[in-house]
Design a protein around this ligand. Structure first.
Ligand code: E4P
Length: 215
């Protein structure tokens, strides 16, 4: 399973990229708004840091306008993937963009049926929102497993991004469910690195090393 970083914060992206474990970045309008910067500038900067798929979200609601917006976003850099909310208009836009060779990420996906439709329309990626489903009292990761089963049965090439990841166990569960990618906040990445026994182990090794006679 690959990891994408779910943020529009340049410092976080630089720090995560330096670890060599990040293959792409996902953003959304809320994450962009948090940075207080011009959308296109942020996206352009992200493409200069991470060499992989960078999701930038279209904000129009009609298919024709989504397609216009998507073409503009795709023109920023070849690695741009246009994030499109899973609506009827979104599906129309995804289908048209697939014919034009523009990559899309069907977002705000909360059911296996929505993911099936995204694949049929030709989405490059689909993003089931695990944490938001958990918040609503569902088992968010079950949807990821269902989507993996369905896509596997029919050999759909659409890649599944486990999104709305809230904690390290979500990442383990996404990997066990066979998700192609988990997109994670920087905080979760930091939590994945840390283990108290690693700290205890380093301290013990260093304390013992100090007792070794040096020439
Ligand atoms: C996915 O691409 C979204 O940007 C993101 O995972 C949403 O997460 P949230 O539910 O924590 O806002």
């Amino acid at each position: 399973m690959k990891l994408f970083l779910d943020t529009a914060n340049i410092e976080e992206i630089k720090a995560a990229n330096a670890l060599g474990v990040i293959s792409g970045v996902t953003t959304n309008p809320s994450l962009i708004a948090k940075e207080g910067r011009v959308f296109e500038q942020v996206v352009r900067e992200i493409t200069s840091i991470v060499d992989g798929p960078i999701s930038a979200e279209a904000t129009s609601s009609e298919a024709s306008s989504i397609v216009v917006e998507a073409k503009e976003l795709a023109g920023i850099h070849p690695n741009i993937v246009v994030k499109i909310p899973l609506t009827a208009e979104g599906l129309k836009a995804i289908a048209e963009l697939a014919k034009k060779g523009i990559k899309t990420n069907a977002t705000l996906v909360f059911s296996a049926n929505q993911a099936l439709l995204a694949a049929l329309a030709g989405a490059s990626f689909v993003s089931p929102f695990v944490g938001r489903l958990d918040d609503a009292g569902h088992d968010g990761m079950e949807i990821v497993s269902d989507i993996m089963d369905i896509y596997g049965t029919y050999d759909f090439p659409t890649q599944v991004i486990a999104a709305s990841i809230r904690h390290p166990m979500h990442v383990v569960m996404a990997a066990k469910a066979g998700a192609d990618i988990a997109t994670i906040p920087y905080q979760v990445l930091k939590q994945m690195i840390a283990h108290p026994l690693t700290d205890v182990g380093i301290k013990k090794f260093m304390d013992d090393w100090a007792k070794v006679p040096k020439k």
